[in-house]
Structures are given as structure tokens and as C-alpha cells.
Design a protein around this ligand. Structure first.
Ligand SMILES: [Zn+2]
Length: 502
């Protein structure tokens, strides 16, 4: 038996599987969960010692969990934290909301191979170089990486090549993907609403995903269109999975644009139908009606001029999160900035793109609350923040996704059972991405844990003050080391690179 270094006592334990909670003690040693005591009848896989099952060292540090919930640390399956975990390894935006692992490289954009970075990143020649840099740096959270289709395509064909790859280009795409899979990525992501993803035909994605499927990876897609063509995009995504056998993860499922509200009903029905015939498809979501992305891509997709993959948006709907060259624009709408400059909002959008390029991150108001709730409760849905680090006014989902679901939607609105909501943040994502020893509280699993007050947990971030600390997160442990203590980071950085099967 390993030494128990830490015991969290008498918390209500939600093990991540969706099973009802029980009051018990959880012991940790050498970065793993070493013992669990508590509810009778659940001790089969636990080390039950004499005297009520407390086989725990008297010398262990003890934390009083009475009245609190102990859950596996949350796994954020949809992030753009690629660079943030290197430049700000405490990664408070995530740890302070209970997140212990992040999946980076989403929406077709990763920091390797051979790139200057998509969502504001610095590039690496190979994914292996990036993962090695993470190992060196040691962030507070665990990190698993996807390689971006858009990144690979840009490296081979440039950002704006609107045609199919020729034979030599096809071979180069496959070679870069193979390299990334060999280096330890957990799969491939695409961003088909963006450049260069939108120039890729389904056949290109099928080609690449055959390799991903062979390697046991996952395919996560920001679909071609989340507006008028949402259903065609669902069909395209499912077709890629059905033909190649790759597990499909539909990213941030939503219907964008008022005229498309309600289409998620049919989108979910098509996902259900595919699952019923054996296609491995699931999706993730974040709990807000507003989205966030790059202004340059929204403008280039024509979203300010008519229907687009992002829906039809007006300059008054666009809030600036990050504009590194013009911080005075952050927190304001494009329409309001245009008013100040004496030009109309549409022209102002072009001027901002000219000044900031791909560094300008925005929030756009696109979804309906009914749709968000319907998606949240569907059986094939898990949670991913889609937070985009950068600027002074990031979308609050970056700092508050998990407390918002557990406080607002679970406790206050009664939309989901607490154990079910936790499952969608822990065991289900772990299983989906192949993290065999994370996402559950069981003996032998890595000790990624969050201790929270179910009566107090809540998102506190607003559009004006999105980086506030969420309420109710008492403690967070990554691989057994405490990274959050009562609303503040501790400076410990025990995170590791996570691969499939670890
Ligand atoms: Zn996306």
C-alpha cells in the first residue's frame, strides 16, 4: 500500500460516472487515489481497512470536506489554451473553475506543425516539440493536444488556396498528420468555417481521418456552417465518421443566427439516428447564448453582409474582447467604436481587421437560450468551454463555464442532476478522449480532484468583468498536488502531457 499523503474527509463524493453521491473519505498518495472509504456496498474496489474501513495513515494531511462535494477534476475538451498554458502556466482561468485537464488544438488550429499559430499563438516545427516544451514548462493543468487540419493545410498549401490538394500536396498533408500522430496527439481537429478549412472538400477530410481512425484517434470538428447550413454540416460530419470509422466529436454544437433557432432539434435527431446505426458521434457545448471567435474570419466569411456560417450579424452584435494594438476598443461593440470614429459599423469592422488582423477576438450574440438548454441536456453532450485567452474582456466562458453549469443551470434552474452534470465534465470526456486513468474517483486513478460548495458554486463573470474568480471552488488538485486553495492559485504546477491510454 502506498503512503496516504492527503485525506479529504467526509465530503459527498461524486465519482464522475453519474452514480449518486456518498459521504466518504478519499486518500491520495504519489499522485494517485490510494483509498476510498464510505458508503457500504461500494467498497469492492476500495481498500477497506479495519474499523469502518479507515485504512488511512494517521500522519496524512487532512482536509475537512463536510458539506462539500468532491468530484474528479473537470476535463475541458474544447480549448484554445495551446499557447496560454506555456506563457501563463498557472492557468488560473481554468484551475479556478475546477478544471484539471485541457484539450488544446481545436477548430483546425494548433501551434504545430510549422506554423506561426492560429488563435494568437507562437509556432513549433512539430507537435512533439510543443509537447516537449509543455513537459519542460510543467503547467498547472494536464494537457492533451489535437493537431489542426487548418494548420497542416496552411503548412502545405498556404492559408487561401481554394482547391483540392494535388497528389504531392496530398502526400505532404498525410505525412504531417502521421508525424503529429506519432508525436502523441490524441486526434485531428478541423475548422471548416474558417480559412483554410473552408476550402477543403469532404474527400480531403475523409482521406486524413482514415489515418486518424487507424491510429485510434478522435476527429473534432468545428463544422462548415452553424447557421443556415447547420443540418448539411451535421450530415457531412457524420459521413466522414461513417466512412472512416473515426470517432466524431462535434465541437460547440449550436444553431447560429435568429432565423436558425430551433434547428438544434433536428441536428440532435440526426446525431441520435447516426448513433442508433452505430456511428460513434458525440458533441460538446458551452453554457452561453453568445459565441466568440476571430473578427477577421467573421468578416471574411461575409457574416456582416448576409447569411454566413456564423449567421447574419450586425456591427452592434459584435463586442471586442482582444485588440492588442487598441486596448481602448476592448469591451466595446464595433458599432459604438464606429460612432466615435464617425464611420458606419460595417466600415469600422474592416478598419479593425486591417489594424489587428487575426489578433482581434470578438464576442457575437448568436444563439437562443432554449437551444442552449436543449443541447445541454442531450445524452451525447459533454462540456467544453471554447474559451479564447487574450485581451482584457474575454468571453466569460473562459473563466466560468463549469461553475455556471453547476450553479446556475443545475442548482438554480434544476436543468440537470448534479451527478449527471459532473459526469459530462469528467468520466464522459475522459472516456471520449481515451484518458483511461482520469475523470473518475476510483482507487488507482490519477488524483485530479475538485472540492466545491454545492450551495455556493456560481459563475461571477459578466461581460464587463469576465475575469472575476468564480464562487464556491474550495480546492483543486492535479496529480495529487494542490493548485487552488480557496479562490487563489497556489503556484504548484503538477500538470503533465496526457496521451490516449494514460
Ligand atoms: Zn470553433
Amino acid at each position: 500500500m502506498r503512503a496516504h499523503e492527503l485525506v479529504i474527509e467526509q465530503a459527498t463524493v461524486l465519482d464522475g460516472t453519474g452514480a449518486p453521491g456518498f459521504v466518504g473519505d478519499v486518500a491520495v498518495g504519489d499522485g494517485r487515489i490510494t483509498a476510498i472509504t464510505g458508503e457500504a456496498g461500494r467498497d469492492a474496489e476500495r481498500e477497506a481497512g479495519p474499523g469502518g474501513g479507515d485504512g488511512i495513515d494517521p500522519g496524512a494531511a487532512r482536509i475537512d470536506g463536510r458539506g462539500l462535494v468532491l468530484a474528479p477534476g473537470f476535463i475541458d475538451v474544447h480549448t484554445h489554451d495551446d499557447t496560454a498554458v506555456l506563457v501563463d502556466p498557472d492557468h488560473a482561468c481554468k484551475t479556478l473553475q475546477g478544471v484539471t485537464s485541457v484539450v488544446v488544438g481545436n477548430c483546425g488550429s494548433s501551434v504545430a506543425p510549422m506554423t506561426e499559430g492560429g488563435f494568437g499563438g507562437t509556432g513549433f516545427d512539430r507537435m512533439g516539440d510543443y509537447l516537449a516544451a509543455l513537459d519542460d514548462r510543467g503547467p498547472a493543468v494536464n494537457v492533451a493536444a489535437l493537431v489542426g487540419h487548418g494548420t497542416i493545410r496552411t503548412a502545405v498549401m498556404g492559408l487561401r488556396t481554394d482547391r483540392r490538394p494535388d497528389a504531392a500536396e496530398r502526400a505532404a498533408l498525410l505525412e504531417l498528420l502521421t508525424g503529429a500522430l506519432d508525436d502523441g496527439v490524441v486526434g485531428l481537429s478541423s475548422g471548416l468555417a474558417y480559412e483554410p478549412g473552408r476550402y477543403a472538400a469532404s474527400s480531403e477530410l475523409i482521406d486524413l481521418n482514415r489515418l486518424v481512425a487507424e491510429a485510434g484517434g478522435i476527429y473534432a470538428t468545428h463544422m462548415r456552417d452553424e447557421g443556415d447550413e447547420l443540418l448539411a454540416s451535421i450530415d457531412e460530419s457524420i459521413e466522414v465518421a461513417e466512412i472512416t470509422g473515426v470517432p466524431l466529436q462535434i465541437s460547440h454544437l449550436k444553431a447560429s443566427g435568429r432565423s436558425n433557432w430551433g434547428t438544434v432539434v433536428e441536428a440532435l435527431a440526426r446525431i441520435d439516428a447516426a448513433r442508433a446505426r452505430g456511428v460513434d458521434v458525440m458533441a460538446d457545448h458551452y453554457p452561453y447564448t453568445r459565441g466568440s471567435t476571430l473578427l477577421e474570419q467573421v468578416v471574411r466569411a461575409g457574416a456582416l453582409d448576409g447569411p454566413s456560417p456564423f449567421g447574419h450579424i450586425t456591427p452592434a452584435d459584435v463586442l471586442i474582447c482582444a485588440a492588442p494594438g487598441h486596448p481602448e476598443w476592448e469591451g466595446r461593440t464595433v458599432a459604438a467604436i464606429g460612432d466615435d470614429e464617425g464611420i458606419d459599423g460595417r466600415a469600422m469592422a474592416d478598419r479593425i481587421v486591417e489594424a489587428e488582423g487575426r489578433r482581434c477576438i470578438i464576442v457575437i450574440d448568436t444563439m437562443s437560450e432554449d437551444d442552449v438548454r436543449l443541447v445541454m441536456g442531450h445524452e451525447a453532450i459533454m462540456v467544453g468551454s471554447d474559451g479564447v485567452p487574450g485581451g482584457s474582456k474575454p468571453h466569460p466562458r473562459l473563466h466560468h463555464t463549469y461553475p455556471r453549469i453547476l450553479g446556475h443551470y443545475v442548482r438554480d434552474e434544476g436543468l440537470l442532476e448534479l451527478a449527471d452534470a459532473v459526469r459530462r465534465m469528467t468520466a464522459t470526456p475522459a472516456e471520449r478522449f481515451g484518458f483511461t486513468d482520469r475523470g473518475e474517483i476510483r482507487v488507482g486513478a490519477h488524483a485530479d480532484l475538485v472540492l466545491f460548495d454545492p450551495e455556493r458554486i456560481l459563475d461571477t463573470g459578466t461581460w464587463a468583468d469576465p475575469t472575476a474568480v468564480p464562487d464556491g471552488i474550495v480546492g483543486v488538485w492535479v496529480n495529487g498536488d494542490r493548485v487552488v486553495d480557496g479562490g487563489a492559485v497556489t503556484g504548484q504546477r503538477p500538470g503533465v502531457v496526457v496521451h490516449r491510454g494514460s
